[in-house]
Design a protein around this ligand. Structure first.
Ligand SMILES: Nc1ncnc2c1ncn2[C@@H]1O[C@H](COP(=O)(O)OP(=O)(O)O)[C@@H](O)[C@H]1O
Ligand SMILES: [Mg+2]
Length: 467
């Protein structure tokens, strides 16, 4: 029942019905016009023919009439004498003429007609003549009265209507064929059309389950809809991922803050005692055992510091500073980190003012620069540039390092995601958080073995006084 209703509501059915009705109505209209034209054309031709025939007949009759040298005054005869005259004398005479014409024009009927004598009409030469109007389509009567009567020629209705009926039959066939053709045509067209809609419908169902599904490109307006759905799905996916990321960051932050706090105190003691031991064992054989303890405690301390920063977000302390000078500082720290390697640092930033938390920004950019240096090995180039984008400042950090593949790119902002043996996987998570805290945006483009570019958008803030 439901599928029947669906069928009647379908575009395919509605289009087909509309087109078929349209075709039938217009064909019937055209047919009736054509039939009417043909009918009147035949009528005109036939009327002319009858006129010619009747006039010929009348002419011949006139000659015969003159030849007989009619003496009597028809009006002076009594009715019985008139009837007698007509049947006995005139009728046989005319029959000869009529027979001749009947041979030549078998489809016509000829007669001689005398106006009413005492309400009685006298017909001659036409035994089977019927007064039924429907049977006679054309009747031609001579205008000249001849021996008190008129000659007429009739053409039966069927003679005219025969061809007209044939035309009607043909036209009806054409109507039916065109309706069928139109229905097939529109069914084909609409199924091309609806098959796309059906595809969209199916695709949307798949999308409900799997946000990674994308429509293949197909042309036309429906293709444009599919493309829009694709980009909607893309941004929905991104939003969901970002929401999940934010949520996991928040939970993780709360969790790590607690643990890290507990680890920090014993770590400080270990570090303190290790330093004392180092002094005590200086120059002795056992000194080599203390060095790794210290190295590892420094590393642990760094991790603890990162985790603390990460887990215990503090309110922003915004100040105004020049981005170019700021990047200079970051770069000089990067150079220290990259000491001994052939890495070129270029600062292409404009002397642009920005209002932001400088300490957090330092952490943010240092993390990015150090990642770049780590990705480059012994040789490379790192370029930092800036560009004003309305109320944002875009700072881009481009390196010629190892680059990342798609799978890596999907995870880099997730806390603890690292591909390095000594990594914490917190650098980019912190960077991401700092950017978000500022109401900014971070994006990355990377190509394996070519290099990576991070784009950071930070709101410029209130810089009117310094501008
Ligand atoms: N500039 C870069 N070039 C190549 N890979 C990078 C770059 N920056 C980050 N990555 C990748 O992202 C991962 C996460 O970075 P991060 O959060 O800073 O953690 P960590 O540096 O401790 O590994 C890195 O392990 C590395 O795989
Ligand atoms: Mg890092």
């Amino acid at each position: 029942m439901n599928s029947v209703k669906k069928f009647f509501q379908s575009i395919r059915f509605q289009l087909t019905t509309i087109l078929v009705v349209f075709v039938v109505v217009s064909m019937v209209f055209i047919t009736s016009m054509v039939v009417r034209n043909v009918e009147s054309e035949i009528f005109n031709v036939e009327t002319k023919r009858l006129e010619v025939v009747t006039n010929q007949l009348a002419e011949r009759y006139q000659k015969m009439y003159d030849g007989v040298a009619w003496q009597y005054d028809f009006g002076h005869l009594t009715i019985d004498e008139q009837k007698l005259y007509i049947t006995k004398f005139l009728k046989p005479l005319f029959e000869e003429y009529f027979d001749e014409y009947r041979k030549n024009f078998p489809e016509l009927e000829f007669g001689y007609y005398i106006p009413p004598i005492n309400d009685e009409i006298v017909y001659m030469g036409l035994d089977q003549y019927k007064l039924d109007k429907k049977l006679t389509v054309i009747k031609y009567v001579t205008t000249k009265k001849m021996a008190e009567g008129y000659i007429f020629v009739d053409e039966p209705y069927s003679i005219i209507m025969g061809p007209v009926e044939d035309i009607k039959m043909e036209a009806n066939k054409v109507t039916v064929y065109s309706a069928i053709l139109a229905a097939i045509f529109i069914l084909l067209i609409s199924s091309m059309f609806t098959s796309k809609i059906v595809r969209i419908n199916k695709g949307l169902k798949v999308l409900e389950q799997n946000l990674d599904f994308r429509f293949p490109s197909f042309g036309g307006e429906i293709g444009a809809i599919a493309t829009s759905i694709n980009s909607m799905a893309e941004s929905l996916k991104r939003n969901i991922e970002e929401a999940q990321r934010n949520e996991s960051l928040r939970t993780l932050g709360m969790f790590t803050a607690g643990v890290v706090h507990e680890v920090r105190n014993p770590l400080t003691s270990i570090k303190g005692f290790a330093q004392i031991l180092e002094k005590k064992l200086q120059g002795k054989n056992e000194e080599k055992y203390v060095k790794p303890i210290l190295r590892e405690t420094y590393r642990l301390n760094k991790i603890v510091q990162d985790l603390l920063n990460y887990g215990r977000p503090s309110p922003l302390k915004k100040i105004k500073f020049n981005i170019s000078t700021f990047i200079d500082e970051i770069i000089s720290m990067g150079k220290q980190y990259a000491a001994g390697r052939e890495i070129e640092f270029i600062n292409n930033c404009q002397t642009e003012m920005i209002e932001a938390d400088e300490k957090k920004c330092k952490e943010l950019f240092l993390n990015l620069v150090i990642n770049s240096v780590q990705s480059m090995g012994d040789k490379g180039k790192l370029i930092v540039s800036s560009a004003r984008k309305e109320q944002f400042l875009e700072i881009s950090i481009r390196d010629t390092g190892a680059g990342m593949d798609k799978d890596q790119l999907e995870h880099i902002f997730v806390p603890f995601y690292t591909t390095k043996a000594e990594g914490t996987g917190l650098g980019l998570a912190i960077a991401y958080r700092v950017v978000k805290e500022h109401g900014g945006k971070i994006s990355v483009k990377s190509e394996k073995n070519k290099g990576t570019t991070f784009h950071i958008y930070l709101p410029i803030g209130d810089i009117r006084n310094e501008a």
